[in-house]
Design a protein around this ligand. Structure first.
Ligand SMILES: O=C(O)[C@H](O)[C@@H](O)[C@H](O)[C@H](O)COP(=O)(O)O
Length: 250
C-alpha cells in the first residue's frame, strides 16, 4: 500500500523529505558503498535545496561522496540551458557543496545533441541507458497537473513510453510540457528500484490528486505506478495539493 504524508506549511515538507532521503542513504550505506539516486526536474529541485542544503542538521549528515546521482528524465538541451534538469540541479544543489567530497553526477551526453535529429535523440536515450545501474536505491519524482511523472505522459500519443518493457530509457517526443524532446526512464526502471517517492505541492495539483487517489484512474502514469509498486511508494504532499482528496485514509 502507498504511504502518504500530508504536510501543512508548519510541518516543513522539505525537512521531512530530507529526513526520508537521509534514512535511505544510511540504510543503503550500511550494506553498500554507494547510494544510487535518480531525480526529476521541476519544483522537486528547490525542495531538495531546502531539505538537503539549507537544513544544516540534515546537510551535515549527507555523505555526498558516496552518492551517484542520475536523472529520471531530462530535456534534450545543453546542460547550461535554462530548461536543463541537470543545470537546475547544479545551480540549486551542486554549486552549494563547498567541501571536496562531491557526488558523482550523471547528466546526458550533450555532445550527442544535434537539433531536430531523430537518430541523435534516440542515441542520447541509448547512451543514458548504458549509464544507469540495474537497480537504483531511490527515485525522487514529481507529478504534473495532468498526472505525468518523469516524462511518462498520459494519453494515446505517449502510450509507447508506458508500454515499453525492454528499453530502460527512451526518447519522448512531442512532450505536452515543453521542451518537446526529452529522455525518460521507463517502467522497468521503476520496477527494479528499491524505493520511489513523489513530491507534490500547491493548489494546481488538487484535481489530479483527486483523480489519482480517489478515482484511481490507471490511465494516469502516477496512478499506475501507485497500483503497480504501491508497497515501495511514498508521497510527500502539502495540504493545499491534497485538499480535494476525499479518501484521506490511504
Ligand atoms: O523534467 C520534467 O519536466 C520533470 O521531471 C517532470 O516530470 C516534473 O517532475 C513534473 O512535471 C512536475 O513538475 P512540477 O513539480 O514543477 O509541477
Amino acid at each position: 500500500m502507498v504511504t502518504v504524508y500530508v504536510h501543512s506549511e508548519a510541518d516543513n515538507l522539505p525537512k521531512k523529505l530530507g529526513q526520508y532521503i537521509l534514512n535511505q542513504q544510511n540504510k543503503t550505506l550500511s550494506r553498500s558503498n554507494t547510494f544510487k539516486i535518480a531525480i526529476s526536474g521541476g519544483s522537486l529541485i528547490n525542495v531538495l535545496r531546502l531539505g538537503l542544503i539549507e537544513n544544516k542538521n540534515i546537510s551535515s549528515k549527507i555523505k555526498w561522496d558516496h552518492w551517484e546521482i542520475y536523472f529520471v528524465d531530462e530535456r534534450i538541451v545543453p546542460l547550461n540551458h535554462p530548461d536543463s534538469n541537470y543545470g537546475a540541479f547544479k545551480v540549486a544543489v551542486l554549486d552549494n557543496l563547498t567541501n571536496s567530497k562531491l557526488p558523482k553526477v550523471f547528466p546526458i551526453n550533450e555532445s550527442l545533441i544535434n537539433n531536430n535529429n531523430k537518430s541523435s535523440h534516440i542515441k542520447i536515450a541509448e547512451d543514458y541507458e548504458k549509464l544507469l545501474p540495474k537497480q537504483l536505491d531511490s527515485l525522487l519524482l514529481g507529478c504534473g497537473p495532468d498526472g505525468h511523472t518523469c516524462s511518462l505522459f498520459p494519453g494515446l500519443k505517449h502510450k509507447y513510453l508506458l508500454e515499453e518493457q525492454t528499453k530502460r530509457v527512451m526518447w519522448c517526443h512531442d512532450s505536452p510540457k515543453p521542451p518537446s524532446d526529452r529522455i525518460t526512464i521507463t517502467l522497468p526502471v521503476l520496477n527494479d528500484s528499491v524505493e520511489i517517492a513523489f513530491v507534490t505541492e500547491g493548489e494546481s495539483k488538487q484535481s489530479i490528486m483527486h483523480e489519482i487517489f480517489d478515482l484511481k484512474d490507471l490511465n494516469l502514469p502516477t496512478a499506475l505506478i501507485n497500483a503497480l509498486y504501491g508497497d515501495k511508494v511514498t508521497w510527500f504532499v502539502n495540504d493545499k495539493a491534497f485538499a480535494k482528496v476525499e479518501n484521506k485514509d490511504i
